[in-house]
Ligand binder design. Sequence first.
Ligand code: XMP
Length: 317
Amino acid sequence: DWTAESFVETTVAQLKQKIGDDKVVLGLSGGVDSSVAAMLIHHAIGKNLYCIFVDNGVLRKDEFSGVLESYKTLGLNVKGVDAKEQFYTALAGLTDPEAKRKAIGKTFIDVFDHEAHLIEGVSWLGQGTIYPDVIESVSVKGPSATIKSHHNVGGLPDFMKLKVVEPLNTLFKDEVRLVGKSLGLPDAILGRHPFPGPGLAIRILGDITPEKVEILQQVDALFIDGLKREGLYDKVWQAGAMLLPVQSVGVMGDERTYERVVALRAVTSVDGMTADWAHLPYEFLADVSNEIINRVKGVNRVVYDISSKPPATIEWE
Ligand code: XMP
């Protein structure tokens, strides 16, 4: 019978055998898959695993510092790279969702490639590819495309010529979580909602500016913290906020305001392929809405997305 413990034991032994004294580079995203893959490889080869965690400027509020800290606590050899400016430059003026995704993917590869070249004699690329990713890329994109086009790591530049090691490529998500648990990963990482690689860039409709990112980070944090406080976080599959490219009239004291609108989105789902809007308690929505409007400067209206997938998607872009 499959158990997480026996999987860890066998896999760590195989990784030791396969990698030997070579060096591996791996991009951490803060998500479950890359974190568990990193821990497995770390158990096999220790400091010869070089992890890179990139701040792309469109992460959640305080996520970069918080997640980097927990990776260090876990003993990973990890380098945090602040590339915010590079990403903002690449995103400047772009409004088309696919153009934003491409800009982020390309910038990530540039940053990752640059960092990988700073590691002397690295010969492997570690990836957190899981079984459904393998299936998806074989059926949709042909067997050569083993990296999802929208995956955080984006793709491997040809000239790097690294061998690929993917210790999770036979596992489903729930198995990955069990493996992570048996490796001592904290619930804060294992129970994390999925978060898209392009991050807040596809939740800010229209063009991206650092000012908009900051507004959305504040809104998102109030929503997510509220879900956690009320014990709702683990009941929804994914949640977040969208910054809409419209302004609306409001009133504050005697003043008429003309400010931004945000949409909150929370869904229940099994795999993200289909999803229902989460029937969050009205009281909770009322409290969060008040908190956002009172505390986030520049936002005067909150709406809740009650569309299911299909036909709506989870993200708005
Ligand atoms: P949709 O919006 O297609 O999203 O219903 C389904 C799931 O995929 C995530 N998503 C992405 N993840 N890069 C990613 O890494 C992307 O470009 C991307 N677009 C959507 C989305 O957050 C949801 O979990």
